[in-house]
Design a protein around this ligand. Sequence first.
Ligand code: NDP
Length: 448
Amino acid sequence: MALTNEYLKNILETVKKRNPGEPEFIQAVTEVFESIEPVIEKRPDLVEAGVVERLVEPERQIIFRVPWVDDNGKVQVNRGFRVQFNSAIGPYKGGIRLHPSVYIGIIKFLGFEQIFKNSLTSLPMGGGKGGSDFDPKGKSDGEVMRFCQSFMTELCKHIGADTDVPAGDIGTGAREIGYMFGQYKRIRNEFTGVLTGKGLTYGGSLARTQATGYGVCYFTNEMLKANGMSFEGKTVVISGSGNVAIYANEKATSYGAKVVAMSDSNGYIYDKDGIKLDVVKEIKEVKRGRIKEYLDAVPTAEYHEGCKGIWTIPCDIALPCATQNEIDGESAEILVKNGCKVVCEGANMPSTPEAINTYLANKVLFGPAKAANAGGVATSGLEMSQNSERLAWTFEEVDAKLHNIMINIFKACDEAAKEYGEEGNYMAGANIAGFLKVAEAMKAQGCV
Ligand code: NDP
């Protein structure tokens, strides 16, 4: 779908000129612009207030040196990032990605997406994102700790419980959050809810670990119900085997589906009898091992090198939960040819624009990341509430609130899509509903 609105086309041109060499950021902005075209045509007041021009420019971008000493006593230097994108509806909020592929364009795309996602949760959280090109894989605990402490030594100058509240993302789990929280507390001499995804002994929320994966399935379930289907008896393929993938598997299985494939960045496993999740949890959560080790426990399963092949496995429902642009147009065609009826995104922007066009053209039900994986940040918002109250809610309380938030996110997407003549296009609905709340807040706060 090409943009036709001149105003948006001009802004997109400026974005391309100002942000050269950042294709993921341009991709994320383009997708949102294509969806909000009908809103812009109906709302000259938002044009007058310059909302869109301001929305595509981060409020603040911080890039910093992260020096640390490895186990051999050698100095290593990584680059750290924090993009504080938009604070119209609350303090900046978004995860920290630790992966060698991280550069400013990745952090900007993620931060931009986060604005709309956080808006959809209905909680008061602005959009931000951070990270580093540090790779925790293969590093000792001591090395990870020294990196995290150095990273936080700089980052702590820019964040705070009412300013900017980072969380986990790829490569940043409970271990890394713990080290970062410890360093923040030590330098700032305050025990506050400055990070989410914390351990349960020091202010973390029950159900935060499960939240993104469960939330993806709560959203998928609503989408299925609205279209006269259910998870029961369905075959599911899930990419990734990290935090999101594992708990998406757990919830899909509890809904009566059979998950037959999972992956990591080296390859994928196929178990026609259904993946034994306890084996995957042991490999990934306890041993920090590789997915191919699954075959040591389940020799009847298959392992294939490479990530793309996972989308050639016939399934009813595909849940991409690894990384951006992991389903391209060709893989989407294969999914459709093999009878896939639903794609719901656990990862951020895992489908290329060509893949999305293929889903929409073939009436595949499509749950876009900024709606479908919002359960993680929503539960981070609930962690912030518990920290402010100095209380801890039970797993059941948090899970019930998460479930309710995901039902409401689906409703918001569905209703916005209908209102703007795009019934069934939940991507358009998510972008429109997420945008409108932020746009109203920006307009109300004047030109800042
Ligand atoms: P994890 O680090 O726990 O797991 C990431 C998984 O994806 C691993 O299996 C990893 O394999 C695989 N992966 C990472 N990069 C690549 C790559 N370039 N190619 C193929 N596979 C890759 O991260 P999360 O589960 O937390 O995050 C997964 C996705 O979900 C990301 O897009 C993240 O932004 C998104 N997300 C996460 C949220 C959360 O709460 N955790 C919230 C909302 C979105 P390997 O181990 O080999 O690297």
